[in-house]
Write a protein that binds this ligand. Structure first.
Ligand SMILES: Cc1ncc(COP(=O)(O)O)c(C=O)c1O
Length: 413
């Protein structure tokens, strides 16, 4: 049955049951599928909303090499949070000059790996800046600050404020600048990222206040360091996971950001570059997870619908209580039932959805879980010695398997 695909995350519903069955027959279930065209559409949305900024994709959201190449084709750079992320991005079409490494409690080995690749390091601890200065004298450096304004969809993803391990406190900035001077580093940027899954007006207010405060800080460093190469206000833009919710109005976020920026730096010729780092908002909608119903188990007051994906495949529901839309590929004419959709992992928390109303599926049916392109496969594990799933890239009528499911020897050594 065809469905409206007005919302980008709805795209799997426009594909027929036969289509998903044939892919499942080819690669096995569960598997992730990414729609290349939805990714391009989201890139356009972000470029238009944040006109005048440079986009750096926060690849922690999804580091699939095929997606990284697609992101490079969209002329979007990279925010990397580990040396391996930076290396993988570079191997998949991203120039070093368009990769920013943001380290958090980095080891010397990691700092050495970044320095040897000539990638700008963005650091947030006095010790890390000092150690980097010894390792990479004369290199460019950026500093991630914490201006005590944090927000997010869950406490675990709030990345600024007293309870957050991220960012250099404002009062430590003079000491950091002294280390930069002493070690012959060159300060090229200031950065912050306040949290993830920002959707509401209240979130937008905090995000803009934080950006404003960062702009003020950048102006104050200009006296000693001149105009910086860039100011990076981070990512965190949320997406509407349930079908009936609304995405944040990114055009409005972009307009307010640009107004605040231009107020500080009215002249186009004398201003830093302005960077943002979207992860989720670029890739969440392009991803779908296809899973097969293995076991239906009616219980006292509910029906457990067991599928072959679980918290090892998609941890967000178990970890954050996140909602993802779930649709049966083939709509049965069975009675609408409140289903508890669960995986095979030996944990009571292995629940993908609670009380989800849908016509009761049968064992063997396929279900599609939507909006999983961000923090889906990226957070998958082999817990309980279960394989990571395959990943497919779909482009119109064509599809290819870009990652195969893990094999026994890879998981069990
Ligand atoms: C430094 C940094 N930048 C950007 C992001 C992207 O956040 P989101 O995927 O919510 O846009 C993150 C996510 O944690 C981050 O840590």
């Amino acid at each position: 049955m065809a469905h409206s695909t007005d919302k980008p995350g709805q795209w799997p519903r426009a594909r027929s049951a036969r289509y998903w069955e044939s892919l499942a027959a080819s690669v096995g279930t569960p598997f992730y599928a990414y729609d290349r065209r939805v990714l391009a559409q989201q890139a356009r949305v972000l470029r238009e909303a944040f006109f005048g900024t440079e986009l750096r994709y926060a690849m922690k959201a999804n580091a699939n090499p095929a997606l990284l190449r697609a992101v490079a084709d969209e002329k979007i750079g990279i925010d990397a949070v580990s040396a391996w992320e930076a290396r993988l991005a570079h191997a998949n079409g991203h120039r070093r000059s368009r990769i920013l490494y943001t380290g958090n409690f980095p080891s010397d080995d990691e700092l050495r790996a970044i320095a040897s690749r000539g990638i700008v390091a963005n650091l947030d601890a006095l010790s890390a800046i000092d150690r980097y200065g010894k390792i990479a004298k004369g290199s460019k450096i950026a500093i991630r600050v914490d201006l005590e304004r944090g927000a997010g969809h869950h406490p675990h993803v709030v990345t600024a404020g007293v309870d957050s391990k991220f960012g250099l406190a404002r009062e430590d900035l003079p000491a950091a600048l002294e280390i930069v001077r002493k070690r012959g580093l060159r300060l090229v940027g200031l950065h912050q990222h306040i949290g993830s899954g920002l959707c509401t007006d209240a979130h937008r207010e905090v995000w803009l206040e934080a950006a404003d405060a960062l702009f003020d800080l950048a102006i104050s460093t200009e006296k000693s360091h001149g105009i910086l190469d860039f100011i990076d206000v981070g990512g965190g833009f949320g997406v509407a996971y349930p079908d009936d919710a609304h995405d944040p109005d990114l055009a409005q976020w972009g307009r307010s950001l640009s107004e605040a920026f231009v107020r500080r730096w009215p002249s186009k010729d004398r201003r830093p570059r302005l960077l943002i780092e979207p992860g989720r908002s670029l890739v969440a909608a392009c991803g779908a997870l296809i899973t097969r119903v293995t076991t239906i188990k009616p219980a006292r007051d509910r029906v457990w619908v067991g599928v072959d994906a679980g918290m090892h495949t998609l941890v967000r529901p178990a970890m954050y209580g996140s909602y993802h839309p779930i649709w049966p590929v083939r709509e049965r004419k069975s009675k609408p039932t409140e289903c508890w959709i669960v995986g095979p992992i030996c944990e009571s928390g292995d629940v993908l959805a609670e009380r989800r109303g849908m016509p009761l599926p049968r064992e063997g049916d396929l279900l599609v879980i939507g909006m999983v392109g961000a923090y889906g496969y990226a957070m998958a594990s082999t817990y309980n010695l279960r394989p990571k799933p395959a990943e497919l890239l779909i482009d119109g009528d064509r599809w290819e398997q870009v990652t195969r499911a893990s094999r026994y020897a890879e998981v069990c050594g």
